[in-house]
Design a protein around this ligand. Structure first.
Ligand code: MLC
Ligand code: AMP
Length: 505
């Protein structure tokens, strides 16, 4: 036995003094120092009684230590469960309870609010702050260097990532070692990453894109990352000269295009720009090429499947498409009603199969069975077609989902809360076009007969319960929701009616 994910991504760098992380302040972290920190944290986890297969939930700011916590979990065989830093206490409580996490790591600023929840749910609590300090680091500092890597198999779980659902309840997507490792190796090769690359990393590390796609590729190839705490146009522009490649959501690219400092000269030395997590407008693709000479490489993936398709590195990167299925990924377009495969060129739902596809939703066998077929094909909920040249186009979604700045927002979760507010009869939450975020959230409220909902009070209640990125940017009171003959709310009609609400912002 061994631990394929640890051995291949981390262990292979043992003793290397090469730089792994360039920090914005000028400091750096070598591969060896990073592994040393991870091993000391692994000792802390093990001493706390965490056994292989136990879950560790982490709601922490991005830092080298936060990344070392991921490595420590892999080394100790603990399932890593990273959580968006925007989640509220209510949201966290659900994730900890649902996952049965044995340990919660959070910022010291949230310790007081989370300690009672952790105690009630039997999870140990440690802190890790944005500056890398906290009880976890203090304890790690007292541990010996070197940790005996725990044996794990390719099919063992490495991570849980929560993704919301159409019913409003989040589901823990179970990702195995092999899901992550196979995808990292495929992408590293497809995008020609080597130890000479320096990846500009400005994504959060609690999602597939920043944690698995970006970080795992850098680890698999032995390259370095410029590790920025978040996307900030000034910082990105300042750091681009030392990078060879960058990955981002479309908002990164539209924000860079809004900045006159983005010029051909600034990025002449760059090898690759990758976009994903949300549709990149063909217009953005063209503008970026006109300004910089670089054709952005767009790819398509999901939490449940890692990456599925990619535009080619060498061939034509076609704007408005997500390229071809990656090696080892089967993709077909099927009829949403019957599941039958459709002829080339027809629009249907995208289904994918391969080593990249997750194991199922944690303790939700019915939801797993509804989306993951017995033959291994996963029903993505995305609608698309394959053109005559084999390029995959995503044309819409068969799921009620809003993607804002690369974050997924499920309307049902917000509608359930809106419906429970005083004076509200019913509601509909839709995504409408937004220049910066791609889409943003609009809430439509139908009052109870004779009622006059207090929109300020409703907004305050939503703020207390939901992560800020999910909050409707505007609430509008309307007389009735449009419905079809079956009584189903016609969100397409609402989206059309309100499509210009945020125009020009
Ligand atoms: C922040 N805010 C958002 C938001 N991000 N609101 C809606 N959508 C978002 N994505 C809120 C803040 O809480 C704040 O609210 C207000 O917007 C202004 O914040 P900001 O300073 O403009 O935002 P910023 O910090 O710059 O963040 C924007 C962003 C960030 C686009 C840089 O959201 C980001 O890094 N997105 C990447 C998401 C990602 O990694 N997705 C990958 C998922 S994996 P207030 O109320 O306080 O003013 C996946 C699979 C795949 O999808 O294929 O990759
Ligand atoms: P998540 O659940 O956060 O992993 O988001 C996955 C969803 O993001 C997919 O199902 C798609 O709807 C969307 N997505 C990811 N990449 C792209 C892309 N390049 N173009 C269009 N949609 C994308």
């Amino acid at each position: 036995m061994a631990n394929p994910l640890y051995d291949r991504l981390f262990g292979c760098h043992a003793g290397k003094t090469t730089t792994f992380l360039h920090l914005p302040g000028g400091g750096s972290v070598s591969h060896a120092a990073f592994l040393d920190q991870a091993a000391r944290i692994a000792h802390v986890l093990s001493a706390a009684g965490l056994a292989p297969g136990d879950r560790l939930a982490a709601q922490v700011e991005k830092s080298p230590q936060a990344l070392a916590l991921y490595a420590a979990c892999v080394q100790a065989g603990v399932v890593f469960l990273p959580l968006n830093t925007a989640y509220t206490t209510d949201e966290l409580s659900y994730f900890i309870e649902n996952s049965g996490a044995a340990m919660l790591v959070c910022d010291a600023a949230k310790e007081a609010a989370l300690a009672p929840i952790a105690a009630r749910l039997g999870a140990r609590l440690e802190t890790l702050n944005a500056d890398g300090g906290g009880t976890l680091t203090e304890r790690a500092g007292r541990q010996p260097a070197g940790f005996p890597t725990v044996d794990r198999g390719a099919d063992d779980l490495a991570a849980f990532l929560y993704t919301s659902g159409t019913t409003g309840r989040s589901k823990g997507a179970m990702l195995t070692q092999d899901n992550l490792l196979s995808n990292a190796e495929t992408l590293a090769e497809a995008w020609r990453f080597t130890a000479d690359d320096v990846l500009l990393h400005a994504l959060p590390i609690f999602h597939t894109h920043g944690l698995f796609v970006a970080t795992n590729i850098a680890l698999a190839t032995g390259g370095a990352m410029v590790f920025l705490p978040k996307f900030d146009a000034d910082a990105v522009i300042a750091q681009l000269p030392r990078a060879t490649a960058m990955m981002g959501v479309p908002t990164f690219y539209t924000r860079l295009l809004d900045d006159p400092r983005l010029t051909c000269d600034l990025v002449a030395h760059m090898r690759l720009f990758v976009s994903g997590s949300a549709p990149l407008l063909a217009e953005t693709h063209r503008q970026f090429e006109a300004r910089t000479g670089h054709r952005i490489l767009e790819r398509y993936g999901m939490t449940e499947t890692n990456m599925n398709t990619s535009n080619p590195y060498d061939g034509e990167r076609r704007a408005g498409t997500v390229g071809f299925p990656l090696p080892g990924v089967e993709l077909k377009i099927t009829d949403p009603q019957t599941g039958a495969e459709l002829p080339q060129g027809e629009i249907g739902q995208l289904e994918v199969r391969g080593r990249n596809v997750f194991k199922g939703y944690w303790q939700m066998p019915e939801k797993t069975a509804a989306e993951l077929r017995a033959d291994g094909f996963f029903i993505t909920g995305d609608l698309g077609l394959i053109d005559a040249d084999g390029y995959v186009h995503i044309v819409g979604r068969n799921k009620d989902l809003i993607i804002s700045g690369g974050y997924n927002i499920y309307p049902k979760e917000i509608e359930l809360l809106l419906d429970a507010q005083p004076g509200v009869l019913e509601s509909a939450v839709i995504g409408v076009p937004h220049a910066d975020l791609g889409e943003t959230v609009l809430g439509l409220i139908v009052p109870q007969p004779g009622g006059a909902p207090d929109l300020d009070a409703i907004a305050a209640a939503m703020t207390a319960a939901l992560a800020r990125f999910k909050l409707p940017r505007k609430l509008i009171v309307i007389d009735a929701l449009p419905r079809n003959t079956m009584g189903k709310v016609q969100k397409n009609v609402l989206r059309e009616t309100y499509r210009d609400v945020f125009a020009g912002r």
